[in-house]
Design a protein around this ligand. Structure first.
Ligand SMILES: NC(=O)c1ccc[n+]([C@@H]2O[C@H](COP(=O)([O-])OP(=O)(O)OC[C@H]3O[C@@H](n4cnc5c(N)ncnc54)[C@H](O)[C@@H]3O)[C@@H](O)[C@H]2O)c1
Ligand SMILES: [Zn+2]
Length: 344
């Protein structure tokens, strides 16, 4: 097999490149080495992989792409704040880039499978909360007066009781709320009319693992927490630190991509852990993994628009990879102990 990994010099892509190359496949990695992400070529690039350093927006495929049997498409500019600062760059890199990939790939004679990296951000605020007392269900919308009064939890609209978030399934209607999420959903839509072969969509929650950049302006919350704790700074948490997030280990992302490459019918799969983990608990777990004090400082306050909780349903992922994905407590030791080694 000849596998094209776009974005293969990035955090997740490099792990997928390792897995497909270690299985003995020919691998072509297409990556722009975007200057907002990389300071030159990262040290983990491999000698047995062909790198094509090009931006999808302007890329002209040469003859070797005629051999491609499968594509794992991860090339994208990430970050909600970057997308707010550079909407044209992000939209064109992600959407026009994907359209250009499709324009060429539809003629590749051996192509059998496409796997696209999408995101939980496409779900927007489409989470449902169920009342533990009366069972009534509601959305997670919160008003600023409640937040200002430090009433952070989403309470039942009928009886005021405590609620619990329902894990979101792939059947939820996408409803992106900002530019980055819109670009990820547009990537999915770009493949709607692609009839050459199955197209599988992986929607990642938030991914952690070795090679996660901790010092990057676009760093996700989990990267920031690990960066602060690793450098001896006490992490500061908004609200009360009890916000639930769903973090997935990069090894489970790789397992999902590898399994999807072999599937004959197109699938949409949440790639998440499904294990509710609070920000406060995540700090403790990271501290333990790094051998540092992870105790957070709860600064209170809030950011308008933040979701109280995010949680995915990993049932499809579990049946795809034949096991439950790792919880954050299980994956953090692998991820952050390795990360510590990298900087040493
Ligand atoms: N990291 C997460 O938590 C997360 C969550 C949800 C979805 N995703 C998605 O997973 C994919 C990989 O994410 P990551 O965290 O590894 O990001 P990353 O920034 O580490 O890697 C992305 C790579 O794509 C390259 N790239 C960007 N635009 C390109 C273009 N137009 N042409 C060629 N190369 C281009 C960059 O140079 C970079 O190496 C992305 O599609 C991202 O949207 C990531
Ligand atoms: Zn109720």
């Amino acid at each position: 097999m000849t596998i094209l990994v776009t974005g293969g010099a990035g955090f997740i892509g490099s792990h997928i490149v390792d897995a497909v190359a270690d299985q003995g496949n020919e691998v072509i990695c297409l990556d722009s080495l975007d200057p907002g992400v990389h300071r030159g070529a990262p040290g983990y690039l491999r000698d047995d992989v062909e790198y094509c350093f090009a931006d999808l927006r302007h890329w002209q495929p040469d003859d070797r792409f005629q051999e491609v049997t499968a594509i794992v498409h991860l090339a994208a500019l990430g970050g909600v704040s970057r997308a707010a600062r550079e909407p044209e760059n992000v939209i064109t890199a992600n959407c026009a880039g994907t359209a250009r990939l499709i324009e060429h790939a539809r003629f590749w004679p051996r192509l059998r499978s496409v796997v696209l990296a999408s995101s939980f951000s496409v779900y927007g605020s489409g989470y449902t909360y169920a009342c533990l007392d009366c069972g009534a269900r509601r959305t997670g919308e919160r008003n600023e007066a409640d937040l200002a009064a430090a009433r952070f939890e989403v309470v039942c609209a009928e009886c005021g009781g405590q609620t619990t978030i329902e894990p979101i399934t792939e059947g939820a209607t996408p409803s992106p709320l900002e530019t980055y999420a819109a670009s990820k959903y547009m990537q999915e839509l770009c493949f709607r009319a692609f009839s050459r072969c199955p197209v599988h969509i992986m929607r990642f929650s938030s991914v952690y693992g070795s090679r996660l950049r901790l010092d990057d302006g676009e760093a996700t919350i989990i990267a920031k927490l690990a960066g602060w704790i690793g450098s001896g700074h006490r992490p500061k948490l908004f609200e009360d630190g009890e916000q639930i997030r769903d973090w997935v280990y990069v090894g489970d992302v790789v397992a999902a991509a590898m399994a999807l490459l072999d599937q004959d019918t197109s699938q949409v799969v949440n790639v998440c852990s499904g294990v509710p983990t609070t920000l406060r608990a995540a700090c403790e777990v990271i501290g333990e993994a790094l051998g540092m004090d992870g105790a957070p400082e709860i600064v209170g306050g809030f950011r308008p628009g933040d979701m109280r909780h995010c949680l995915g349903d990993p049932s499809r992922l579990a049946s795809l990879i034949g096991r439950e994905p790792l919880s954050f407590a299980e994956g953090a030791g692998l991820a952050f102990a390795a990360q510590q080694g990298q900087h040493a």
